[in-house]
Write a new protein. Structure first.
Length: 308
């Protein structure tokens, strides 16, 4: 963002009003003081009882317009913000505030205030982006008394351009000596099941020994890839780009089905059910195996629902 003489135009607004003759929506009152103290964990006895005062740090609270807001900001302040918007400084963040106190406020006091544009900085470059710090000063009064001054500083900035984040990678499966053969098969687009060489029982997931006879000896057979949905759940969670299916947009959100698939060979495995809407998945639905590549290193077996 180029300055192009913008800063002198912004400086011309210094000293001009941001709010004129504002009035607090409520008098200073004990319930608001109590809520403030409870939220802040402040048990100072000066804020309770018949001679209570309001916590000095509540100064801004008595001037705030709430959800409905005040009648409106002064025209010069609106013009200043519009000028910054036109220059590309469309984002805003509050950065800090300073307060000075005159006399304590007490329940029953009514406050009025005036706000002035105190300063506009030169162009600054921050991690958020390039822009200008705008400081306003609010003088708060109760009757003729100046009870406090509140300085509030914002940064109006053009958001910095950041390189797009690389697509998040799915977590890698845990590969160990007991299941390495299975993942080697997946890499080659083969769904391998263990078979006990003693009793011929098939098993999945892979285990170091047969659950039927206890034999540690085994070989493998390749599954045909046919099966059906034995059971399933529908997953609901915030969108995680790493878990977006490859045939969905990167920012896709929404539920998806995870099935307990009973293979034609008689063993069961857990995997995603794809190719059909999650709310169309049914127990007993036929499925066919396919291998889906998620990145250069990761391929996973999934099951496509067969309809019709």
């Amino acid at each position: 963002m180029d300055d192009d003489g913008l800063h002198p135009r912004l400086k011309a607004y210094e000293g001009r009003p941001a709010a004129v003759s504002g009035t607090g929506r409520d008098p200073v009152n004990a319930p608001m003081i109590r809520h403030w103290c409870e939220a802040m964990g402040d048990g100072n006895p000066a804020y309770t009882g018949p001679d209570a005062i309001a916590p000095p740090t509540m100064l801004q609270a008595w001037t705030m317009g709430g959800l409905g807001g005040h009648a409106g900001r002064a025209r010069p302040y609106e013009e200043l913000l519009a000028l910054l918007d036109e220059a590309g400084c469309t984002a805003v963040v509050a950065t800090d505030c300073e307060q000075e106190y005159g006399r304590p406020l007490r329940p029953g006091d009514e406050v009025t205030f005036d706000t002035v544009i105190e300063s506009v900085s030169e162009r600054k470059t921050t991690k958020l982006g390039t822009g200008y710090f705008v400081t306003t000063r609010t003088d708060v009064r109760s009757g003729p008394d100046l009870v406090g001054t509140h300085r509030f500083r914002i940064l109006k900035y053009a958001p910095a351009r950041r390189p797009p984040k690389p697509r998040e990678r799915r977590p890698r499966p845990v590969v160990n000596r007991d299941n390495a053969g299975f993942w080697e098969g997946v890499r080659d687009h083969r769904l391998l099941l263990q078979r006990c060489t003693a009793c011929a029982t098939l098993r999945f997931p892979w285990l170091p020994g047969c659950h039927a006879c206890g034999s540690p000896e085994w070989d493998t057979v390749e599954a045909r890839g046919e099966g059906s949905v034995f059971s399933y759940v529908v997953m609901h969670h915030p969108p995680f780009p790493a878990f977006t299916e490859s045939d969905q947009p990167a920012d896709a959100a929404g539920p998806y089905a995870v099935g307990l698939i009973e293979l034609a060979e008689g063993v069961r495995m857990v995997s995603n059910v794809v190719g059909v809407p999650y709310d169309k998945v049914r127990i007993g639905m036929p499925v066919r195996l396919e291998f889906r590549r998620y990145d250069d290193e990761l391929t996973l077996p999934v099951f496509r629902g067969v309809t019709g």
